[in-house]
Design a protein around this ligand. Structure first.
Ligand SMILES: NC(=O)c1ccc[n+]([C@@H]2O[C@H](COP(=O)([O-])OP(=O)(O)OC[C@H]3O[C@@H](n4cnc5c(N)ncnc54)[C@H](OP(=O)(O)O)[C@@H]3O)[C@@H](O)[C@H]2O)c1
Length: 249
């Protein structure tokens, strides 16, 4: 494992940094002295988070108001990160949304919201970041889902976006692994964030602490992947609440 000293001064770009898993990842990486490009749509949230992290941890943070469904904004997000910090060591492809509904009545708008954020957004961010990650032999991390490996009768489109993420992540791994880039797919089951259930209740209210995963546990997993020595890739991690598989078997 590489040391805290070696992590200090690295540069990470995190999408979906304004909330939940992305916010926790930013906080944990800042604690290690990693400089951050923080991307999401809500500028005021990013501004205040980035201020807080800089004051608390002394790292440097760049708020990057970005809609990941727009390729030009994503290109700009990567360019601004590299312009400010001079390099990119880590991309965390995390921004994602979920929508619910019966498949026969599922709206095209909700379908497109999931496909454009969960798939297109990850493609645009990866495409723009890879030239920089090749230079640094860095880390490319995807937040997938439990659903990336299991069909879901109640949410086929969301599930399909996460199967897409899995196929994309491992295919990219097969291209850039030999060039020294480590590609990791992390598949959590339920995490206590702002993501909502079918009734619109955020998971952080629906579940008690320790009933399901906390975003900070995901942040630890991300840190574990980037602390590996240069020749090693943590290719895929499934992190579930302990009774998750009991729902199925
Ligand atoms: N929570 C879970 O149970 C769970 C389980 C498995 C996988 N995941 C995955 O984990 C990832 C993070 O979700 P979360 O649970 O942390 O949810 P969350 O708290 O709702 O956070 C979602 C983040 O994505 C950002 N985002 C959404 N659409 C965006 C867009 N078009 N452009 C840029 N940013 C956008 C949001 O910021 P803005 O609104 O400011 O843009 C927010 O920062 C997602 O990929 C999700 O599918 C979550």
């Amino acid at each position: 494992m590489i040391s805290r000293k070696e992590l200090e001064g690295k540069v990470a770009l995190v999408t979906g940094a304004s909330s939940g898993i992305g916010k926790a990842i930013c906080n944990r990486l800042a604690e290690e002295g990693i400089n951050l490009g923080m991307a999401a749509r809500r500028k005021s949230v990013l501004d205040s988070l980035s201020d807080k992290l800089e004051k608390k941890h002394g790292n440097r943070c760049l708020p990057l108001p970005t809609d990941v469904t727009k390729d030009e904004e994503v290109n700009d997000m990567v360019k601004k990160t590299v312009d400010k910090f001079g390099k990119l060591d880590i991309l965390v492809n995390n921004a994602g949304v979920i929508r619910y509904g019966d498949i026969e009545d599922f709206s095209t708008e909700d379908y497109k919201a999931m496909m454009s954020t969960n798939c297109d957004g990850m493609f645009y961010s990866t495409r723009a970041s890879l030239p920089h990650l090749r230079k640094t032999e860095g880390n490319l991390i995807f937040i997938g889902s439990f659903d990336a490996n299991h069909p879901r009768s109640f949410n086929p489109i969301y599930s399909a976006t996460k199967w897409w993420t899995k196929a994309f992540a491992h295919s990219i791994e097969s291209i850039v692994g030999k060039e020294g880039v480590a590609v990791t797919l992390i598949n959590p089951s339920e995490v206590r964030t702002d993501i909502e259930d079918e009734e619109g209740m955020p998971y952080r209210e629906k579940f008690d602490p320790e009933e399901v995963l906390d975003p900070e546990e995901l942040a630890e997993v991300v840190l574990f992947t980037i602390k590996q020595e240069n020749s090693t890739t943590i290719s895929e991690i499934n992190i579930f609440r302990r009774d998750k598989m009991s729902e199925f078997f």
